[in-house]
Design a protein around this ligand. Structure first.
Ligand code: IMP
Ligand code: MG
Length: 182
């Protein structure tokens, strides 16, 4: 797996600093609220697991799955919800936790969908932000952003290419020949 990585973009230590910083902010901002963390599967699962351990206030967790990419690298813009939440979120303060905010289509679709369940509030949190690739129709802005990335395809720490590399403990840039030969 390691031989497919061109360079490390964020090390384990940098990722730990990011989760620590965001976890502290969330603990302060949601003090006294009915916080529910919702992980967007599968990409955010590692970030969510680390982030929730940096949150010092009570919270619940839930999971949702949206499919847009298929096996490729471009968002189709056509986002389907393939797994819904397990619990009722009416009246709760939702923090939607995503791996990467790219076109923005996924979070737009998910927050519109979650809004129909009448939560008290919906706040967005993303580990990575790729602002250059935003769909101009998406007006959302995550309140919590771990770090910005350039227009490069990154893998590891939950992020995949064709379902591979999610278990790398850091975030790296994939060698172009890996996807050019696909
Ligand atoms: P959006 O709907 O275009 O914002 O896409 C967000 C989803 O695309 C993320 O949840 C990721 O699954 C995937 N994605 C976008 N950029 C990358 C990348 O650089 N590496 C891996 N997955 C990515
Ligand atoms: Mg994803």
């Amino acid at each position: 797996m390691l031989e497919d990585i061109k360079e490390v973009y964020f090390s384990k230590e940098q990722l730990e600093e990011i989760t620590e910083r965001i976890g502290t902010q969330i603990s302060r901002d949601f003090e006294g609220k009915e916080l529910v963390l919702i992980s967007v599967l599968k990409g955010s699962v590692i970030f969510m697991a680390d982030l929730m351990r940096k949150i010092t206030i009570p919270c619940r967790i839930d999971f949702i799955t949206a499919a847009s990419y298929g096996a490729g690298m471009e968002s189709s813009g056509n986002v389907n919800i393939t797994k819904d939440l397990s619990d009722n979120i009416e009246g709760c303060d939702i923090l939607l936790v995503e791996d990467i905010f790219d076109s923005g289509n996924t979070l737009q679709k998910l927050s519109d969908f979650l809004a129909t369940k009448n939560p008290a509030s919906i706040t967005l949190c993303t580990l990575l932000d790729k602002p250059k690739r935003r769909n101009p129709n998406v007006k959302l802005k995550p309140k919590y952003i771990g770090a910005e990335v350039q227009d490069e395809f990154v893998v590891g720490y939950g992020l995949d290419y064709n379902q591979k590399y999610r278990n790398l403990p850091f975030i790296g840039i994939l060698k172009p020949e890996i996807y050019e030969n696909a």
